[in-house]
Design a protein around this ligand. Structure first.
Ligand code: ATP
Ligand code: MG
Length: 541
């Protein structure tokens, strides 16, 4: 058998070895109330990945017990994002598929004297729950007869009562040290239209009650969820035991993924979309899977990240720079190289006439990536920041009288800088050394700096989009992030790109030499290069 890589896999191996289970069945259980984010990628990695490893199956289970927040749009987006990561679900199901059975199980609990209809308001229930140190108070309705409970519950279902007028509670123990076991509400009245069952129901089961039932009905062996459900496990088990489930699914909790500088809750992400802070759920700055995909981050890099952070029992926070380093690693190995100038400055080589093509290595880190041709002439654009009239010490790029190498082409000496009335450089004039061509340099001149460039007559206008994090600081913004929003996280520049980029396949990720990793796309005929990740780590470790 495969080697267990974490405590969950260890439990599963023990269960397989002891014969407790014959095969592994898990489920990935999103609530369709928003788009998936990178935290869900971890959950998928655990649920799909573990099932895959042991030759088992993982279902896609939509937890749609909350009709007012759920939408079919989200169901479709979630499926798209799971496919993007390359996972395949065995079965697609919904909590709502099981509403009839969930209801019948509630009648069974009532018949067994284990559930009762309560007339207390939500407020009163909360106020009589007790505290961590004091027991709660029993509801005055706790001892209704089975017959009365059944009649009232059926009336609830038939729509006789208004929202909140009554509810169904499990009869467990108001003095339990675990507050979740103090007669929890298991059904509530809600006159809401459900995205799948329409107006069939006006009562809906609560998550803690419905989830173990849905797991059982799907044949789930291990119900893998995040740590905040640990305190709910006794209730999960209570439901299974009192409904006589055999074999009973086992809930195992693992740590959530938290990442600095990222908002990671569907509720807050939704707010960003609704208040126009971002262009949509798939805005490249969003930590949603749709956003990451749109940003140009490959699925393999996301899965690699999930695998490297591992699965632990204790919560922790991951630096965003770590995620970026993983993405950079992947792109360094896979992305073809190209040149574009973000802030163009004209460079004229006064002793060069005609044009030629120079060889350019497609990816020097990949084996056999080969070379391609790049047009070159005496009229070029270089990066404005690669020339200095008043250079600081150790500045090896363009400066008057200094030599600098044009990447994959020639060494030039900058002779003259033309300026406008404000003293801004508008053009640099240079001479090249004909015998300094890259690959066959016999000039004997050592140029310490190498700069990128594009040929002026063949290059394309390009819109460049650069991004900063949505959150200004590194603290995990689990709660109110509004004060930490970076109001200026998107920057649009207009540059010049070599023609190769205009012809490249849509969506390709490139390393723009000395600049960063960018995704190529075309929007309304316009060439756009949008930043995926910087070339180097900009963040303090
Ligand atoms: P959100 O607060 O973003 O809505 P959620 O937990 O309510 O998150 P669900 O749709 O209920 O979202 O989550 C589906 C599954 O993904 C659950 O099992 C949940 O535990 C898991 N999950 C959600 N966020 C994370 C995270 N940050 N790290 C790991 N797993 C997560
Ligand atoms: Mg949720």
């Amino acid at each position: 058998m495969a080697e267990a890589e974490n405590f969950i896999q260890q439990i599963i191996e023990d269960d397989l070895n002891s014969g407790k289970i014959a095969s592994v069945q898990t489920r990935f259980p999103p609530e369709p109330n928003g788009y998936l984010h990178i935290g869900h990628a971890k959950s998928m990695f655990v649920n799909f990945g573990t099932a895959e490893k042991y030759g088992g199956k993982c279902n896609l289970f939509f937890d749609d017990t909350n009709p007012s927040k759920e939408k079919t749009e989200y169901v479709d987006a979630i499926k798209r994002d799971i496919r993007f990561l390359g996972y395949e679900w065995a079965r697609e199901c919904y909590a709502s598929d099981f509403f009839d059975t969930i209801y019948e199980f509630a009648e069974k609990l009532i018949t067994d004297g284990k559930a009762f209809v309560c007339d207390l308001s939500a407020e009163e229930i909360k106020n009589t729950r007790g505290t961590l140190t004091e027991p709660g108070q029993e509801s005055p309705y706790r001892n209704r007869s089975v017959e009365e409970n059944l009649r009232l519950f059926r009336e609830m279902k038939a729509g006789k009562y208004a929202d909140g007028e009554k509810c169904l509670r499990a009869k467990i123990d108001m003095a339990s040290p675990n507050v979740n076991l103090r007669d929890p509400v298991i059904y509530r009245i809600l006159h809401a239209t459900h995205h799948r069952t329409g107006d069939k129901w006006c009562i809906y089961p609560m998550y803690d009650y419905a989830h173990p039932i849905c797991d059982y009905l799907q044949g789930v062996t291990h119900s893998l969820c995040t740590l905040e459900f640990e305190d709910h496990r006794p209730l999960y088990d209570w439901v299974g035991i009192n409904l006589g489930f055999s074999p009973k699914p086992r809930q195992i909790e693992f740590a959530r993924l938290n990442v600095t500088n990222l908002v990671m809750s569907k509720r807050y992400l939704k707010k960003l979309v609704e208040d126009g802070s971002v262009h949509g759920w798939d805005d490249p700055r969003m930590p949603t899977l749709a956003g990451l995909r749109n940003r140009g981050i490959p699925a393999e890099a996301i899965k690699d990240f999930c695998s490297r952070i591992g699965v632990a029992k204790a919560n922790s926070e991951c630096e965003i720079s770590y995620f970026e380093a993983v993405v950079r690693d992947y792109l360094n190995a896979h992305a073809p190289r190209a040149m574009a100038v973000l802030d163009p400055l004209k460079l004229t080589i006064t002793n060069y006439t005609g044009s030629e093509e120079v060889d350019f290595e497609i990816n020097q880190t990949a084996e056999n990536a080969g070379t391609r041709k790049v047009p070159f002439s005496g009229e070029l654009y270089i990066e404005r920041s690669d020339f200095a009239l008043d250079p600081p010490p150790k500045y090896y790029r363009g400066k008057l009288g200094g030599y600098v190498r044009l990447k994959n082409a020639y060494i030039v000496r900058c002779d003259e800088a033309l300026t406008d009335e404000n003293g801004n450089v508008t053009e640099v004039r240079a001479t090249y050394l004909p015998e300094s061509r890259s690959g066959s340099d016999t000039s004997g001149v050592k140029a310490k700096g190498v700069i990128h460039w594009v040929e002026a007559n063949t290059c394309k206008e390009v819109e460049i989009r650069r991004y900063e994090h949505l959150l200004r600081d590194a603290d995990y913004a689990g709660q109110d992030f509004s004060e930490r929003m970076n109001e200026d996280s998107e920057h649009i520049l207009f540059g010049k790109a070599e023609p190769y980029l205009a012809e490249a396949e849509e969506g390709t990720a490139f390393q723009l030499m000395r600049t960063g990793y960018y995704k190529k796309c075309t929007e309304g005929g316009k060439l756009v290069l949008s930043e995926i990740v910087s070339l180097k780590d900009n963040f303090n470790k």
